[in-house]
Ligand binder design. Structure first.
Ligand code: V55
Ligand code: FE
Length: 491
């Protein structure tokens, strides 16, 4: 019998949905730009079965991939499970076999040594392939048109590490997929790897190095010549796992580091420069660029932990004010003999899930978009279970002029990560649209909204009603039809 727990992670807007679907021609209010020809992919964590240990965190759900296919002003919807090895083993057993998030000590004996990944964090397109990604395991390859799962890849045996990030970047100059892994020699190891993969899917080179302490290395940044990593004290140990504590805990006694690694074959750990900073929390990055000998990294930073489900290692209570993230600029000058990075706040909006026009990854971007918490707006979540602060606002920053815009989703709605869609492959930066899932917490439904990218304040120009109940989601990406041959042909 399947009975999901009556806990916040599985009730209200988070009630399990588990629907694979094909729906043609979704209902649209407003007008979808005819130039939008391609697909928006996004992923949400969904538990296939009730959690083995009675309750769980959303980050441990199985990946469910949604595809919104755009052509001629119409939108089709397809949704499929990312069928990881874990999903298949549990499906065959008819129940959960894997236990807590990144704690193999809690697994059923029958799955010892199996890949624990859930492919629940990002849906990423590169070289015409769709990757469903979870940072504790290799990349899962899926068909970008049918969403059928092909399986994990080790890039023809060339990826020697055990993991591949959920936040790779595509270098617009070379077309290479730039990615990394942490815990590369096994869970809790300090070993990291950097990988570069050609548009044809060939792993070109890797770089191995160690971080000063084991940490959640969730995202990174590239520039034409460097890869930049933020080491922050969301850490773990075998003692934590043996005690059955959440995998990650936040250690306010540790410094942070900005690692700068030359992006070229033959780089070794000795070539990496480590710049120190004070204790703080980081997760996602907006972008980075080179300015002469200076390197500039823009990322949301909080004074303390922003993830209540990964608590303070000394059990200090969660502090939502100290856990508020603000877009921040870290700078280092490679020509100076500096030991610390400089830090300066760029915006007073509480923002996370930063995005850019990805064609400017690694170069100086003018525009950025974020999910913003605006505590000045009223919240009445009738029927919603979301506690605490609500991600209620889409934010926009113009880093050249300092202009900011906000669009508030209303008192009973919250939003998921925005994604930029260029008007055409060679359009100017920011010339295009934002697509974004909006959670209707009261009716437990979802809409996909479309905004003019540099005029979000005026509100959506189209609202696409999603006829399937979605849940909170994580990351997604747009692929122009020309990036996926089969999408282009099946017109
Ligand atoms: C993050 C998300 C994850 C994860 C580790 O946002 C870090 C950060 C959805 O899964 O496993
Ligand atoms: Fe992420």
């Amino acid at each position: 019998m399947t009975t999901f727990p009556d806990t916040p992670a599985f009730t209200g807007f988070n009630t399990p949905s588990r629907v694979e679907a094909d729906v043609q021609d979704l209902n649209v209010v407003g007008e979808i730009p005819k130039e939008m020809h391609g697909a928006f992919y996004r992923v949400q964590p969904e538990h296939q079965y009730p959690p083995k240990l009675g309750d769980d965190i959303a980050f441990n759900g199985d990946g469910m991939i949604s595809m919104f296919r755009f052509r001629d002003g119409r939108v089709d919807f397809t949704q499929r499970w990312a069928k990881t090895d874990k999903w298949k083993l549990e499906n065959a057993a008819g129940k959960a076999l894997f236990g807590a998030y990144r704690n193999p000590l809690t697994d059923d004996d029958s799955v010892k040594g199996k890949i624990r990944g859930t492919a629940n964090t990002n849906a990423y397109i590169h070289g015409g392939r769709l990757y469903a990604l979870k940072e504790d395991s290799p990349a899962l390859v899926m068909d970008p048109v049918t969403l059928e799962t092909r399986g994990y890849t080790d890039f023809d045996g060339k990826m020697k590490g055990e993991t591949f990030t959920a936040h790779p970047k595509t270098d617009p100059a070379t077309g290479n997929l730039c990615g990394f892994g942490y815990a590369s020699k096994g869970i809790l190891t300090r070993d990291m790897t950097y990988y570069e993969i050609s548009p044809e899917g060939e792993l070109l080179y890797d770089v191995w190095f160690e971080t000063p302490y084991y940490c959640m290395m969730h995202d990174f940044a590239i520039t034409p010549d460097y890869a930049l990593f933020s080491v922050m004290p969301m850490t773990s140990s075998w003692e934590r796992l043996e005690a059955g504590k959440p995998h990650f805990g936040f250690d306010t006694s540790l410094p942070t580091y900005l690692a700068v690694m030359p992006r070229k074959p033959g780089t070794t750990a000795d070539d990496i420069r480590w710049f120190k900073g004070g204790n703080c929390f980081t997760a996602h990055v907006m972008n980075a660029h080179q300015d002469g000998s200076k390197l500039v990294l823009d990322l949301p930073v909080a004074a303390n932990n922003m993830m209540p489900f990964f608590p303070d290692i000394n059990d200090a209570p969660f502090d939502p004010v100290a856990g508020s993230t603000y877009l921040t600029r870290w700078t280092v000058d490679l020509n100076q003999n500096e030991e610390e990075y400089r830090s300066e706040r760029l915006s007073d909006m509480i923002g996370e899930f930063p995005r850019i026009d990805d064609r400017f990854a690694g170069t100086r971007n003018r525009y950025g978009w974020m999910v913003v918490i605006d505590p000045s707006q009223p919240v009445e979540l009738k029927g919603g279970s979301a506690g605490g602060w609500v991600m209620n606002t889409l934010g926009f920053v113009d880093l050249e002029t300092g202009e900011e815009q906000k669009w508030w989703a209303g008192p009973v709605s919250s939003i998921q990560e925005p994604c930029f869609v260029p008007r055409s492959p060679d359009a100017a930066e920011g010339d295009g649209w934002i697509v974004m899932v909006c959670n209707r917490l009261e009716t437990r439904s979802s809409d996909l909204l479309i905004f003019e990218a540099t005029n979000i304040a005026k509100g959506p120009i189209a609202t696409i009603n999603i006829p399937v109940r979605l849940r909170f989601g994580l990351h997604g990406n747009w692929a122009d039809a020309s990036q996926i041959k089969a999408l282009d042909q099946a017109a």
